[in-house]
Design a protein around this ligand. Structure first.
Ligand code: NAD
Length: 485
């Protein structure tokens, strides 16, 4: 697929208007498949963020959006989903260009999921009702669900469209207004979405997009007294800071942070089938996904066989230009991400590990490519095993018992996702219960749906995206007690 649209230099979207940053600052957007600058976007300063929050505040305090019925808001959000589908080809090309995502996966996964998010929360928008409570009082007691106010949505570079949708859709369905700050590396789809939201009928000021850096625009947003909730997805290090500042301001927070999931393969697993899930678990999005499964734990009797099958299969995974429909693994999203992966693999080599396949860059068009890599022979306390590597690298460790497998799986600070490959039903449930993770996949990997809650435990954060749980988290409960005397 070729890029068949013009990419306008991006502006800030505030109160339904497109604006330059007050000081005229701009940032470059780079195509990761070539390393070339493709466009620039406005770089917001603190004053611009203030203007965006004021617009959102005004839209919340005086505008129609929070006062509309859930059904009316649902109608608008449903139209957003339709518009995403109508413009799927263009949005796919834009997101692929910005992040380096293979075009075939980007359309089927990112764009489809974003549309699903809006349609799912459109259908839930009118389910936000309260309840009457039975009391001994001479009173009618009931609860109402009301929106929180202005939500700051701060998103990372790896799934710009999906992670914006997973916040904006429930936040808007519940009647909030939003200021969205996308990652500095990948701001393009957020700006395109602002146009679509407006076209769908979202009133001015309800959604504002400020492109800019974390330390300036992100920090200003987070500290702004006009913000009621911070919905953050990003690294654990930045998340810790964001949570502490938001805590000081007594803002509601949702933290979707890093991951380093274990994928457990028992001797009773269907190995041929497991290989597909294992590969998806570490190469999807070039390994740049929070729910990746880069730590493979394998029952010793099948360890060598599985490593052999994997070595062959991983070497066949098509790596290349994201615009080629055959490509499964594109470039890393930026040079710094590529360098980080190289450093970890270098460290593994120094520690005496064996690089079974991959372990090097792919030199192609000046892009940030790294070959899918499988490493064996690392100890569990190696930094390569314990830390979030965030690239297409799989480490493999053997285990001798179910108890040891669970202990190894739970041995990192993270707890976002986990997976189990087994043909024994009782084992699947038993192990799932013991894993420290917000989601556990049995005999598959990364199967998601907006109806299924997603989020972490431990250093992977708290709060949940998706499901009715996320919608509830964007509202507060008010009790009304009416005297019957
Ligand atoms: P990051 O933490 O560097 O940045 C995330 C966002 O925070 C960006 O928009 C950035 O500009 C902003 N930011 C940075 N400093 C800030 C500050 N001081 N105040 C406010 N905002 C600030 O993360 P990244 O490198 O873009 O993304 C990768 C990370 O995100 C990985 O750790 C990954 O696991 C995590 N992630 C988690 C999930 C999840 O659902 N749990 C999903 C995707 C990515």
């Amino acid at each position: 697929m070729t890029t068949t649209f013009d990419i306008d230099p991006g502006h800030l979207f505030i109160d339904g208007q497109w604006r330059e940053a007050t000081d005229g600052a701009r940032m470059e957007v780079v195509d990761p498949s070539t390393g070339q600058v493709v466009t620039t976007v406005a770089q917001a300063g603190a004053g611009d963020v203030d203007a965006a929050v004021r617009a959102a505040r005004d839209a919340f305090d005086r505008g129609p959006w929070p006062r509309m019925s859930g059904r009316e808001r649902g109608r608008v959000l449903h139209r957003v989903g339709e518009l995403i589908r109508e413009h799927a080809e263009e949005i796919t090309a834009l997101e692929s260009l910005d992040v380096g995502k293979p075009i075939s996966l980007c359309g089927a996964v990112d764009v489809t999921n974003a549309a699903d998010d809006y349609e799912y929360y459109a259908s839930l928008a009118q389910s936000q009702d309260g309840a009457t409570r039975d009391t001994p009082l001479s009173a009618l007691a009931y609860t109402r669900r009301e929106p929180l106010g202005v939500v700051a949505a701060i998103t990372p570079f790896n799934f710009p469209l999906i992670l914006a949708g997973s916040k904006l859709a429930p936040a808007l369905a519940a009647g909030n207004t939003v200021v969205h700050k996308p990652a500095e590396e990948t701001p393009l789809s957020a700006l395109r979405m602002a146009r679509l939201l407006q076209e769908a009928g979202v009133p001015d000021g309800v959604v504002n997009v400020v492109t800019g850096t974390g330390p300036v625009a992100g920090e200003a947003l987070l500290r702004h007294p006009g913000i009621d909730k911070v919905a953050f997805t990003g690294s654990t290090a930045v998340g810790r800071h964001v949570a502490s500042v938001a805590g000081e301001g007594l803002k509601t927070v949702m933290m979707e942070l890093g991951g380093n999931a274990a994928h457990l393969v028992f001797e009773d697993a269907d190995l041929e089938k497991a290989v597909g899930a294992i590969i998806k678990g570490f190469v999807f999005n070039t390994g740049q996904f929070c729910m990746a499964g880069p730590r493979l734990l394998v029952a010793r009797p099948v360890h060598d066989t599985l490593v052999g099958i994997l070595a062959e299969a991983v070497a066949q995974v098509p790596v290349g230009d994201p615009r080629d429909p055959r490509t499964v693994v594109g470039p890393m999203a930026g040079e710094k991400h590529l360098k980080k992966v190289e450093e970890y693999v270098e460290l593994a080599r120094k520690e005496g590990a064996r690089v079974v396949v991959g372990g090097e860059r792919l030199d192609l068009n000046g892009g940030y490519y790294y070959r899918p890599t499988v490493i064996t022979g690392l100890s569990n306390d190696s930094r390569v095993v314990q830390e979030e590597l965030f690239g297409p690298v799989l480490t493999v460790q053997p285990f001798d018992s179910e108890g040891e497998a669970v202990a190894l799986a739970n041995s990192t600070p993270y707890g976002l996702a986990s997976g189990v490959q087994t043909s024994r039903l009782a084992r699947a449930h038993r192990v799932a219960e013991q894993l420290h993770a917000g989601i556990v996949w049995i005999n598959d990997w990364a199967v998601l749906d907006p109806a299924v809650p997603f989020g972490g435990v431990k250093d992977s954060g708290f709060g949940r995206e998706y499901g009715p749980e996320a919608l509830a988290s964007y509202s507060k409960v008010k009790s009304v007690v009416v005297s019957l005397d």
